[in-house]
Design a protein around this ligand. Sequence first.
Ligand SMILES: Nc1nc2c(ncn2[C@@H]2O[C@H](COP(=O)(O)OP(=O)(O)OP(=O)(O)O)[C@@H](O)[C@H]2O)c(=O)[nH]1
Ligand SMILES: [Mg+2]
Length: 407
Amino acid sequence: MSTRTLVSTITCPHCWHEFAPATVRFISEHAALRGDAVLGDAAQLRFLPSRFDAQGRAIDPLGAACTRLACPRCHLELPPAVIELPQTILSIVGAPACGKSVMLAAASFSMRSGLVVDGLEFLDADPTLNDLTVELESALFRSSTPDRPTMIAKTDLSGRLYRSFRFADASWTAPKPQLFVIGRGGARHLLALYDNAGEHFLPGADAPHEPVTRHLAVSRALVFVVDPTQDQRVIERLGGREAVQSMGGAGSLEQRQDLVLIEAANRVRRLRGLGANEPLPLRIVLALAKADIWGHLAEPQIRSAAERLPARPSIAVPSPEVLAEIDGASARFLAAHMPEFLATARALDPRLRVVPFSGLGSAPSRVAAAAALAIRPRDLRPMWPAAPLVVALSEAEPALFREFARA
Ligand SMILES: Nc1nc2c(ncn2[C@@H]2O[C@H](COP(=O)(O)OP(=O)(O)OP(=O)(O)O)[C@@H](O)[C@H]2O)c(=O)[nH]1
Ligand SMILES: [Mg+2]
């Protein structure tokens, strides 16, 4: 008989409740057991089993064998790996339209390819739960019509990317986690990522019963996606608003990205009960998006990679040495163009890391004057799309990516 080692506690990736593996609920299979107190009439009953069959499957009250697991608080389904693998939650934060969804799609798609980092294994923990990632990836990277221009839609603030459950006499809404099994060198983790709408991170947008950014309470690293094309000084260097917008830059938005970062840090402190003077308990990784647009303004390490686009795709994470040089060059780019943003970020985390990337690798364009920006999937050439996540993971879980952790 095979033995399994269980983790000591589980953090639910849906509602972030912490619980012991022995209290995990099972999802009933018998058709007559429809209706659940937490999820409503359409869901199958969740139950705490007292009987198991010879294969270790739980027996539901009407005698059917059950294998699907659910959280004891929100009753939402959990992948089976959750009871065996340690979990790493990363928070991806950034202003509206900064490039979060494109980064997620490009990063997850390229991590599956095995070409990002030697020896990396990256799988959906449960494909039925990862429909959001599958959708994001197929919009751009798995298109069956690679010559038809397309683009990822703006992330909705509510609706099908979120799920509701009842708890303590109230209705709660939480974003759908995307769960992956990530392994390297014998270590394996369950990785949870979330694609929030940028509006959720704006100051004042944290509603009590819509804990859509509450992953900040438990995440191990904060990937802050910075869009240099949202900054007035960068816009001027790039030839003005219209020029920047026509390439996918966010030239028209008046977001103060430093305020979004401060708000995220404040939520981390508030949710974890930390004082204003305590250091943040997680590393900040600044992911500088859309390098295809602004990369030529930076130093050679970034410029040469950006200028090689779209001729040579570079989805591999650069070597640790190159990454260190790029980190320095990116920080100097920020110091030259967005100094107060860099100062804010350094005040929050003096040991922060900076990684530029481009999820598309070349600029989208309009097929007609009034049409939205789009790009032919055939023209996609992501540049270092997974590097921000790998660097964040190297800080959060050094066992997985030891060589990329700060020396
Ligand atoms: N040139 C260029 N444009 C990009 C790139 N990534 C994103 N864009 C443009 O920026 C727009 C917004 O990107 P998204 O990934 O949807 O941004 P987001 O952060 O998910 O935005 P919200 O969902 O509103 O929070 C896209 O529609 C593209 O036009 C890139 O790598 N290069
Ligand atoms: Mg989005």
